[in-house]
Ligand binder design. Structure first.
Ligand code: FAD
Ligand code: SF4
Ligand code: SF4
Length: 479
């Protein structure tokens, strides 16, 4: 039954049911259930329809949240879906994995004293309903264009651009060095946050809509960047950031010390049904081991929760700041705590011990000193505060940097920042090379799926403008 809006006084905030910690650690399935139709309508009806909706302002896609909440409350789900899909290429994915507490919901300005409106779970509900009802269809092109686009990288940035450009009728080819489409959505983010089928379902739809995927193809090795430029009228670099940051401490080269993404990729491949013996190589599985994860971001949270699901003997997260200063989402920290992860806050490793293979982490206690230029308190080690943690698997989750793209692509003209991210003109999304655009993590540094989608969509619009201008130029030259 259709609901009236502004129900936040009588209706409490609710999230979809979360599976109990014990049950959810036994598999890699998502931990949240779907809303029922009744709950989705009730939760959507809590929105007070703000004149200036800060939820929308703080969504990187500026989704029209108040309107699709109202349509959901009125049980007009197809319209709600169409509105959500008009600004978001993958609403079912963002509804699941955006850190809503920092974006839309964290900025919901419902009356003081009331909890925010539940937005992400409603976005997921609306889109899953659309899939069930058959409202999500492959792209149908009414007017094919002759110009073609080459996109390097099939993560959210590359796919969002591919989708919009194909809708405009361009011939779109996406190249990826991996054997599957999705970038970090398929091989980084674990299934308990985003089930693999959600990503493969989208990839299949894009392919049915006429987007070509060339997989197992690394630009710079299998095809040169110059060859790619020759083939296409414009090119998008959406390669993400993959070079794992390291720490220089004694013992870091011991066996059993692994980068986070190698570990997560092996686990994700297993969930996808691949034979991972080759990837695991005896080290990338936490079963029966004492595991220590170094780092405090979302990648670290994904590693600790994966290790719990692999039946590790113990799982400890070592982080040099305190809980309040974790870069990772508080929601994910809470999930990890519920699932049995031990946190050693204000602790930093200063040696890994072992003879050939790691068997312990030697750590020191930290206290937070004066704030630095960025306003964050500087971690300072406390003298004589050493302690050892048993560890047969140490996972380094310290963040990612870009690879050296100018060298890989043999393009001195490709300008990068001092961090190695590709420099673009933010208005045109174009690099210094005509017709070469860039989007996503390779421009921003490690970021979020929703920002990748935003950048990919923006880049698609600018590539379209560029190719239209090129056509007009050709017309003028011919006349
Ligand atoms: P990517 O997703 O990294 O895709 C880049 C693609 O380019 C890859 O498929 C790669 O194989 C391909 N590629 C690279 N170089 C080449 C080449 N030379 N030739 C051909 N192909 C190439 N964000 C969230 O919003 N929520 C989360 O919960 C979340 N969890 C995360 C968990 C982990 C473990 C990690 C690592 C990241 C997480 N993120 C999360 C961040 C998010 O996944 C990224 O910000 C996002 O995927 C970036 O999108 P992208 O398209 O720029 O790059
Ligand atoms: Fe919120 Fe992300 Fe959806 Fe925007 S895309 S409304 S930030 S969940
Ligand atoms: Fe509704 Fe909150 Fe957005 Fe206001 S800020 S429109 S109450 S969801």
């Amino acid at each position: 039954m259709a609901k009236k809006m502004l129900q936040f006084i009588s209706q409490q905030k609710e999230m979809p049911n979360k599976r109990g910690a014990q049950a959810r650690t036994e598999d890699f399935d998502e931990i949240y259930a779907d809303f029922s139709a009744e709950s989705a309508e009730e939760q959507a009806s809590r929105c007070s329809q703000c004149g200036v909706p800060f939820c929308q302002v703080n969504c990187p896609l500026h989704n029209n949240i108040p309107d699709w909440l109202m349509l959901t409350a009125e049980n007009r789900l197809q319209e709600a879906y169409e509105m959500a899909a008009s600004t978001n290429t993958f609403p079912e994915i963002c509804g699941r994995i955006c850190p809503q507490d920092r974006l839309c919901e964290g900025n919901c300005v419902i009356e003081k004293g009331f909890e925010s409106v539940t937005i992400g779970a409603v976005e997921k509900y609306v889109t899953e309903t659309a899939f069930e009802e058959g409202w999500v269809a492959p792209i149908e092109v009414s007017h094919e264009r002759g110009q073609s686009v080459g996109i390097i990288g099939s993560g959210p940035a590359g796919l969002a651009a591919a989708d919009l450009l194909r809708r405009k009728g361009y011939q779109v080819t996406v190249y990826d060095r991996y054997d599957r489409v999705g970038g970090l959505m398929i091989y980084g983010i674990p299934g308990f946050k985003l089930e693999k089928e959600i990503v493969t379902r989208r990839a299949a739809l894009l392919e049915q809509g006429g987007i070509k995927f060339v997989l197992n193809c690394e630009i710079g090795k299998d095809i040169t960047f110059d060859e790619l430029r020759e083939k296409h009228d414009s090119v998008l670099i959406a390669t993400g950031v993959y070079k794992a940051r390291d720490i220089k401490i004694p013992g870091i080269g011991l066996d059993g010390v692994v980068p986070a993404l190698d570990y997560l990729t092996a686990s994700n491949r297993k969930s996808l049904g691949d034979d991972v013996a080759h990837y695991e190589n005896g080290t990338l599985n936490a079963a029966g081991k004492d595991v220590v994860v170094i780092g405090g971001g979302d990648t670290a949270m994904d590693c600790v929760r994966t290790a719990i699901r692999q039946d590790a003997k113990s799982v400890t997260c070592l982080y040099r700041r305190d809980k309040a200063n974790m870069p990772g989402s508080q929601r994910e920290v809470q999930n990890a705590e519920e699932e049995g992860v031990t946190f050693q806050w204000l602790s930093s490793p200063h040696a890994l011990l072992g003879d050939g293979t790691v068997n312990a982490v030697r750590a020191q206690r930290i206290h937070l000193g004066q704030p630095d230029d960025t306003g964050r308190q500087v971690p300072e080690t406390i003298d004589n505060s050493d302690f050892d943690l048993s560890a047969d698997l140490v996972i380094k989750a310290l963040g990612f940097d870009p690879e050296d793209l100018p060298s890989l692509f043999a393009q001195d003209a490709l300008k990068v920042s001092r961090w190695g991210t590709v420099q673009i003109d933010w208005k045109s999304m174009m690099t210094g090379m005509p017709g070469v655009f860039a989007a996503g993590d390779i421009v921003r540094g490690a970021s979020l799926v929703v920002w990748g989608i935003r950048d990919g969509r923006d880049a698609a619009e600018q590539m379209h403008n560029f190719m239209e201008a090129a056509l007009r130029g050709e017309d003028r030259a011919a006349s």
